[in-house]
Design a protein around this ligand. Structure first.
Ligand code: HEM
Length: 99
């Protein structure tokens, strides 16, 4: 899998979202999946980026844009992802800079 480091040398990788039960999201229920996206719609949600320090985890996953999707659309994405072949692959999502 390809990856590219950020300007400060950290590496962010897209995780395994196939239905593999241990290394993917196969253990997630439909509700877990939908609420993972919807948590950013909660007006009490505080982004960790507010107290961000150089080297802290950052993501390009467009969570704040996708949180506006309807439960129905998110559910449809979940249903589709369940049809994908499970792949056993551990992904290290974040490697901090300098490691
Ligand atoms: C409809 C499209 C997408 C879906 C359904 C989706 C789904 C997900 C899910 C479920 C996770 C969390 C996985 C976990 O915690 O194990 C995730 C994380 C991630 N996604 Fe996406 N994603 C989408 C689009 C994208 C796009 C467009 C990008 C980048 C351009 C992206 C990059 C990432 C990255 C880097 C992570 C790991 C960091 C994090 O958890 O924020 N995704 N995605």
């Amino acid at each position: 899998m390809g990856s590219r480091s950020t300007p400060n040398g950290a590496v962010l990788r897209s995780p395994n979202i196939t239905p593999d039960k241990t290394t993917g999201i196969g253990a997630w229920t439909r509700e877990t999946f939908i609420s993972r996206f919807k948590q950013y719609s909660d007006s009490t949600y505080t982004s960790p980026a507010i107290n961000w320090e150089a080297g802290d985890f950052q993501t390009v996953m467009p969570w704040s844009m996708y949180t506006g999707m309807t439960q129905e659309d998110l559910g449809a994405i979940y249903d589709f992802l369940r049809t994908v072949k499970p792949v056993a692959s551990v992904v290290e999502r974040w490697t901090p800079p300098g490691s």
